[in-house]
Write a protein that binds this ligand. Structure first.
Ligand SMILES: [Zn+2]
Length: 412
């Protein structure tokens, strides 16, 4: 791979019948833009203040004329184009730039000095040449996740039981079913993240620094211990759910799906739904793709938020937690009778969330209220058919109760 850093003036990048037509901002490893208006405005404001905008990476596909795929920087590029096209204005409360008023300005109404500054702003672009699809995909993943390509290679060189255990997991049948390859030890990396999640018992940061610490602190890891067995059980469940190669099992959803299956195995009577989980997951991915294809303002906000979560910082605790919750909530909506193990009385977090959303956060009991709207911090997840009388702790048997009605209803 040859790399070549060049400054591109924004006027050149934006000319409607020039280079712009030969840049593909949506090659197939990318996901459609998800930037909000305020993010776009902030970028334009930064450019007008001549702040440094991070480098973009373009892959050169051909010469004469040059054609490019955007490996990194598509949201920024689209925001720049959209501003030049007059699609959005700067905020009405924008601070002046060098005493020039920019509030409410579109590109065409900017003070001339600022428009010139915008047009001549040099965007740093790293042009990648003579590179193949795999290299570009790896680079994209690295740029998106902020992880070093070499990090897992380095971990694989750290001797110890943790290294050996993670290496052994990559031989598991599940990794033969996934849609992503093992270039640069991607499977090792994902397996290490799974172990890290299992050792904590739920969503946690699984960035390189966290994984490095795990390898260092567990050189004597017990490969027959509780965490090791739990990982193997969950991988076993995944391999059962997906009996053949499933391209939809992509790098970006493997970890969240793993968390869902770990939770299913921990808390639910998974045997009831096991045979239908594959169909549910494929349907989930089909709906995600359909939402992906819509314009941002036509897509459902929850799916837009999910798309955002699978595009950035996917190894952060918050992101993993919300992706897992979204998947599990979708699953519980589809299988509302899915029961907890051991006759558990308390609803889980995601069961509550599913009921809360399904009932539109409105009291269903209506003994004391006429269907009051409740807030997340102040409501009760009520068993329709009382738990004490044999009612199961399922989404189907749950309902929103306001505090007054809950008190009035008595025994649950
Ligand atoms: Zn009520």
């Amino acid at each position: 791979m040859k790399t070549n850093k060049k400054p591109f003036p924004l006027s050149t990048v934006s000319a409607a019948n020039g280079i712009r037509q030969r840049i593909d901002t949506n090659p197939d490893f990318q996901r459609p833009a998800v930037w909000s208006n305020s993010q776009k405005q902030l970028l334009v404001d930064s450019i007008l203040r001549e702040y440094d905008v991070p480098k973009m990476y373009w892959r050169k596909l051909s010469s004469k004329p040059e054609r490019y795929d955007v490996v990194d920087g598509q949201q920024r590029l689209r925001a720049i184009w959209s501003f030049v096209d007059g699609d959005f204005a700067l905020p009405s409360n924008a601070e002046p730039v060098d005493d020039l008023v920019t509030a409410g300005c579109k590109y065409d109404t900017l003070p001339d000095d600022l428009r010139i500054r915008f047009d001549t702003y040099a965007l740093d672009v790293v042009v990648l040449e003579d590179t193949d699809e795999n290299e570009v995909r790896e680079m994209f993943l690295r740029l998106q996740n902020g992880t070093s390509l070499k990090a897992q290679e380095k971990r694989n060189a750290m001797p110890g039981k943790m290294r050996d255990f993670v290496r052994s997991l990559t031989e598991h049948t599940f990794f033969k079913r996934v849609g992503f390859g093992n270039t640069r030890y991607t499977h090792d990396h994902v397996a290490a993240q799974m172990v890290c999640l299992e050792m904590t018992g739920g969503p946690v940061n699984v960035k390189d620094s966290d994984l490095n610490r795990m390898y260092l602190n567990n050189t004597a890891f017990d490969i027959t211990g509780k965490a090791a067995k739990a990982v193997q059980r969950t991988l076993g469940l995944l391999a059962e759910i997906f009996p053949d190669k499933t391209p939809e099992l992509e790098r970006y959803n493997a970890i969240a799906l793993y968390c869902v299956c770990a939770e299913l195995q921990r808390a639910y009577v998974v045997a009831d739904v096991k045979a239908e989980l594959r169909a549910w997951f494929l349907d989930f991915e089909a709906r995600r793709r359909a939402q992906d294809a819509l314009d941002e303002d036509k897509a459902e906000p929850e799916w837009v938020a999910y798309k955002e979560k699978i595009s950035h910082s996917t190894d952060a605790q918050d992101s993993i937690r919300s992706r897992m919750d979204f998947l599990l909530r979708d699953l519980l909506t589809r299988f509302p009778k899915l029961a907890l193990k051991d006759n558990q009385r308390d609803f889980t977090h995601v069961q509550k969330l599913t009921v809360f959303r399904r009932d539109h956060q409105t009291c269903q009991v209506r003994l004391k209220c006429g269907g009051a709207k409740v807030e997340w911090d102040d409501w009760h997840c009520d068993h329709k058919h009382a738990w004490s009388k044999g009612g199961p702790t399922t989404v189907a048997n749950g309902q929103v109760a306001c505090p007054a009605c809950n008190l009035a209803k008595g025994a649950d």
